[in-house]
Design a protein around this ligand. Structure first.
Ligand code: SF4
Length: 329
């Protein structure tokens, strides 16, 4: 579902306890090798600012979950200092069990009907000009949670009309009509992450289907060509450069506008291992390749995540579309 990573900034949880608590399906798996000696370019400062604490308080006051915390994102100190929190709706428990993901898994509770209003009130209080809304997978719901996404978008439009809205959705696999519900609510950006190359799906994203995710992105553009589409992958999971280039081609075939690429980090020893740390130079070379393949925008760096700098990137995305239309005459 999401680009997830371990965190220098969160106190380490004892692995067995966390596996019992958050990832019951991973508790009996053998430990995966842990790559020590994180390179300098992945080191971040601990979150200590007053603004960080104020953001946390607003999130708590509105009883919201954020992917920033649930995924133990390394960028939380920087993002929350600027009040940029990414809301995770539909609860904090996911029905899938992706091997890279730190979000808790299990049987989710009932959907909170007050969540759309709580999200909008928090966004208003945070003063966000652009907000990213994501969710856990809800395979237990008839519409996969699509109607709730639409309700959140509508509530944001009503309460925060100046705020642009980006959704980062699950794949709505086997949920007929779900995608339409979200598209009809007209977010500004529709994001769905492929996460990795197709060869690694069985071990990284076993509950998902690569070509279904690709089709989803293509369907968004077909249903509403005015929406910006976006997708992301993690690297360092064992993929080759040729495979990444093929994913780029596949995404361009689906007419995806914006690609994000970031380093995968292993949340606990029960999660997928890190195959390698990709260097900043290699990320730059991926970004150049993506531009050459026709993406309007590509953000590629070790700490890039789906929602990292999403507000500034949205402005760049709009400018890139205008430039591209002008160039086409
Ligand atoms: S990069 Fe995204 S998930 Fe990470 S802290 Fe920033 S807003 Fe949250």
């Amino acid at each position: 579902m999401l680009v997830i990573m371990a965190n220098d900034t969160v106190p380490p949880v004892e692995p067995a306890a966390e596996a019992r608590l958050r990832h019951p399906e991973k508790a009996h798996r053998p430990d995966q090798p842990v790559r020590r000696g994180k390179p300098d370019w992945l080191r971040v400062k601990a979150p200590t600012s007053q603004e960080y604490l104020a953001t946390r308080q607003i999130v708590r006051d509105h009883k919201l979950a954020t992917v920033c915390e649930e995924a133990a994102c390394p960028n939380i100190g920087e993002c929350w200092k600027q009040r940029h929190a990414t809301m995770m709706i539909l609860g904090d428990t996911c029905t899938r069990a992706c091997s890279f993901c730190n979000v808790a898994t299990g049987k989710p509770g009932a959907v909170n009907p007050h969540e759309p209003l709580n999200v909008a009130l928090a966004v208003q209080k945070l003063g966000l000009t652009h907000v990213v809304i994501t969710s856990v997978d809800r395979d237990d719901l008839d519409d996969g949670g699509a109607g709730h996404f639409a309700a959140v978008i509508r509530q944001l439009r009503a309460l925060c009309p100046e705020t642009t809205v980006e959704v980062l959705t699950p794949d709505f696999l086997r949920k007929e009509g779900a995608l339409e519900l979200v598209v009809e609510a007209r977010p500004d950006v529709f994001n769905h992450n492929l996460e990795t190359v197709p060869r690694l799906y069985p071990e990284v994203r076993p509950g998902a289907r690569y070509f279904h995710s690709l089709r989803l992105l293509s369907d968004v553009k077909r249903q509403d060509p005015t929406l910006f589409t976006k997708s992301g992958i993690m690297v360092g999971l064992g993929e080759t450069k040729e495979e990444v280039a093929q994913v780029m081609d596949d995404l361009r075939s689906a007419d995806v506008d914006f690609l994000t690429i970031g380093q995968y980090l292993q949340p606990t020893p029960k999660h997928h291992h890190v195959d390698r740390f990709v260097t900043p130079d290699e990320f730059q070379s991926y970004a150049r390749l993506a531009k050459a393949k026709g993406f309007l925008l590509c953000s590629a760096s070790p700490l890039t995540r789906s929602s990292y700098h999403a507000d500034a990137d949205f402005e760049r995305l709009k400018a890139a579309r205008l430039a591209s239309l002008a160039a086409a005459g």
